[in-house]
Design a protein around this ligand. Sequence first.
Ligand code: KIV
Length: 262
Amino acid sequence: MTVQVTIRTLNEMKQKGEKIAAITAYDYPFAKIADESGVHILLVGDSLGMVVQGGINTLSVTMDEMIYHTRMVARAARHALVIADMPFLSYQTSIPDAIANAGRFLKESGAAAVKLEGGASVCHVIKALCEIGIPVQAHIGLLPQSVHQMGGYRVQRDEERLLADAQAVEAAGAFSVVMEGMPAGISAKITKSVSIPTIGIGAGPGCDGQILVLHDLLGIHDRQLPRFVKQYVRLKDIASDGIRAYVREVVDGVFPSKDHSY
Ligand code: KIV
């Protein structure tokens, strides 16, 4: 029997010291493969702006695009908790905007929770969403939506600030926190100091769980990958071998053969 992961499951996993495996997903087929492979969290990340849409950053992703992708992922999920990423300017503008947009994810896409970027500065938003029953995963450290303010994708090393951000989002009601791009020593300290599960990306092994971008770990692109990414397979090579073989056979008149004809 498939057991549905909930935010309670994740909390219990932290308490028992069991590691949480999260992955990003953007469409039905890959979400289904990931769900059946046992991941605990499927995050529909706004990273889709880069890895699916081919953009240079995540800033142009819209709510409608996020809803479209989250729907496909939620349809595939039988086990994993589906979290939808709130895109740039969907929650920073006002509390009513944040509620309306987070609410759309639960009402229209089948997500069970939302994620938003920021620490102490977005606690008023986290609190407002939690008060109306929308579970929120926070995201601190390297914040891709603030790429211009950070002057690039830079590892964050201000320990005092990172710790304060983690504690602030926990106090505001976040059920979990993604910690991106920070030294392993800092993320390990934060993980011990909060009671909510910490999910690291480029934050070392001391977090309660890990997340990677699906296209990075499967080697779908041949772009330069950051040091923290481990590529488990080179799907691009497998896919292009298959497509090249098909093209060759069509050009040579080998495909379709009798076996593939009526
Ligand atoms: O957008 C995203 O995919 C993310 C993860 C990398 C944490 O925020």
